[in-house]
Design a protein around this ligand. Structure first.
Ligand code: MN
Length: 151
């Protein structure tokens, strides 16, 4: 991302001047599908950064948990979200808070993208992925089993 730029025009379609569109996780370390990441604000003078993620129709973010928190605002489209043991429909301008060590995942609707802002600590712990036992426990909740689907 270019530094020291005070103004960035929106380019339409949820793109911004000088903001690169990246694969969601560059290191390929975790399962996810059809999602991009743009870092909108990231400065060593702030403790937080603000990103825009976009999940294509039918796509999803990594199912994970970690000590750092997320503060999310949905900007585009709709979908569903898991936080802890709660599955909720989410849409335009809804807010989602993800507390420490809560399993979470965002899934776009089959026919609409899901775009959201996510504020997060710049310095943060590495996400944990569910092991077989975690998955079994998650799937014991019928709402979560339906949310996770087949994979
Ligand atoms: Mn996360």
């Amino acid at each position: 991302m270019e530094r020291d730029k005070h103004f960035r025009e929106a380019g339409g379609d949820f793109r911004w001047d000088g903001v690169d569109v990246h694969a969601y996780k560059d290191d390929g370390s975790a399962p996810f599908k059809d999602i991009t990441r743009q870092t909108l604000f990231n400065s060593d003078t702030m403790a937080a950064e603000l990103r825009y993620f976009e999940v294509a129709p039918g796509g999803y973010s990594t199912l994970e948990r970690h000590e750092h928190v997320h503060a999310v605002m949905i900007l585009r489209g709709k979908g569903r979200c898991l936080v802890g043991d709660e599955v909720r429909e989410i849409g335009h301008l809804d807010l989602v808070s993800i507390p420490p060590m809560h399993w979470h995942q965002f899934r776009a609707a089959p026919d609409e993208p899901l775009g959201f802002l996510c504020m997060v600590d710049r310095q943060r712990d590495r996400p944990q992925l569910p092991d077989a036992r975690d998955f079994a426990e998650l799937r014991s909740n019928p709402d979560i089993a339906a949310f996770l689907g087949e994979e």
